[in-house]
Design a protein around this ligand. Structure first.
Ligand code: AMP
Ligand code: MG
Length: 420
């Protein structure tokens, strides 16, 4: 059934998010977990550190032996041996003895502290340095000084990472330290990407009169990849119902989690996507009160969530940002699905048309904080305005003019000054 609804962006997004679920989990090799969401808690099987070890290059001692050491009155100890990282020391410290020890090497039996080399008369650290027979210590240490104890970081049996955690490089490091090489994560969303229109040719094809290159499919595939999803390119369907239906059925057979199409959802004579979806049922047509990107189809095609985005490249990108991005992130298990936003001071007067507007803008920082300037021509076919932009400045619904100096919200696409 075709229902035509007039919705705010917030209402439309709410309906989209209500329709998508977190995908099932899979186990992947450690590095493949980067950027993904942990599907089950990780319980440590071992302590971290796994054994007591030295935090410094120095000498393992019994703190009590050097309690009286000071720069003016050193304490002399007998050196029993050398402990390198990666070895298992068999020596045992008795009263009045020390052992040379390297950072990360296991503390020998009998020792309870380490004196850094800097506080001894053996400051030269070369590998070939012969082990001294005796050592003068110029500084008192307390039990535990410069010792890293087992379990100080992580205790065996402890939940070290909770389900739902985003895996960043530091989580990869913790997992590696714990010897966990297969990670349960939420499956990557597979997103079918369909372009529709008789005017479209592929990027590798020469342009003939009246044709344009299919850029939306590439933009959208890149957007899916950037979100950690798997794009499933479906190519171009010409403007016939049979062609569109064939592509959508192909996608369902390929097994996709979300279908995204561009164009063919407005009121043009050849907007056949609309009739295919009408006939399939389950998809609603929305007029979202946003600019760019008013017409939008959303629902399910053969029970796969379906987002029919507008054809104009800027509208397609902005509406993908607004609706497909949160849906994909939600399916991938993310809880924060919104772009980071900052308050910006507008550097110019702007006009709007009363719809919630997403203006392509450049946000920079100056002494006032974040400031924004639009990238100029905001026509929904002007792709270079997106290339220049690092943010979308939101003009709220109902506002038709905004004066320079006004503070608005900017959704950050990139951060000023670099990648984050
Ligand atoms: P439509 O929604 O079919 O009326 O398309 C709106 C505009 O977007 C037209 O100018 C189309 O040529 C353009 N367009 C549609 N699909 C694409 C695409 N895949 N890549 C680039 N432009 C497109
Ligand atoms: Mg068209």
């Amino acid at each position: 059934m075709n229902s035509q609804q007039d919705l705010s962006v917030r209402e439309a997004l709410h309906l989209v998010l209500a329709r998508v679920d977190v995908l099932p989990s899979e186990s992947v090799p450690l590095l493949d977990a980067l950027g993904r969401i942990l599907a089950a808690p990780v319980i440590a099987a071992d302590d971290l550190p796994p054994f007591a070890n030295s935090a410094m290059d120095g000498y393992a001692v019994r703190a009590g032996d050097v309690a009286g050491a000071a720069s003016a009155s050193s304490v002399t100890l007998r050196v029993l041996g050398d402990i390198a990282a990666g070895t298992d020391p068999t020596l045992e410290l008795t009263r009045g003895t020390a052992a040379r020890i390297m950072t990360g090497a296991p503390l020998p039996a009998g020792a309870n502290a380490v004196v850094p080399v800097e506080d001894t008369d053996e400051q030269w650290r070369g590998r070939e340095r012969p082990l001294p027979a005796v050592l003068n210590v110029f500084r008192a240490v307390e039990a535990g000084d410069y010792v890293r104890y087992p379990g100080e970081d992580v205790r065996a049996g402890e939940e070290v990472l909770a389900a739902g955690k985003l895996i960043r490089p530091q989580e990869i490091g913790v997992l590696a330290s714990l010897g966990i090489s297969l990670i349960p994560v939420v499956r990557r969303p597979r997103v079918g990407i369909l372009a529709t229109g008789d005017e479209l040719v592929d990027v590798s094809m020469p342009l003939t009169k009246g044709k344009i290159r299919n850029s939306n499919s590439y933009t959208q595939a890149a957007q899916v990849l950037a979100l950690g999803g798997v794009p499933v390119p479906l190519g171009v369907a010409g403007d016939t119902e049979a062609a569109v239906r064939a592509k959508l059925d192909e996608a369902v057979n390929l097994g996709v989690d979300l279908l995204v199409s561009s164009a063919g959802v407005s009121v043009g004579a050849y907007d056949v996507v609309k009739s295919v979806l009408d006939e399939a049922g389950g998809v609603s047509f929305w007029r979202v009160r946003m600019r760019p990107g008013k017409p939008l189809a959303f629902g399910g095609y053969r029970s796969i969530p379906y987002l029919g985005l507008p054809g104009n490249p800027v509208s397609a990108l902005v509406s993908f940002e607004t609706f497909a991005r949160p849906a994909i992130l939600r399916m991938a298990g993310h809880t924060g699905v919104e772009r980071p936003s900052v308050r910006v001071i507008l550097l110019e007067d702007i006009r709007s048309d009363g719809r919630e507007s997403y203006l392509r803008a450049v946000v920079t920082r100056d002494e006032r904080g974040y400031v924004a300037r639009t990238t100029g021509g905001q026509g929904s076919h002007m792709m270079t305005s997106l290339v220049k932009a690092n943010a979308l400045v939101v003009v709220p619904e109902g506002v038709k003019a905004v004066k320079a100096g006004t503070t608005l919200t900017a959704l950050m696409i990139d951060w000023p000054g670099g990648v984050f």
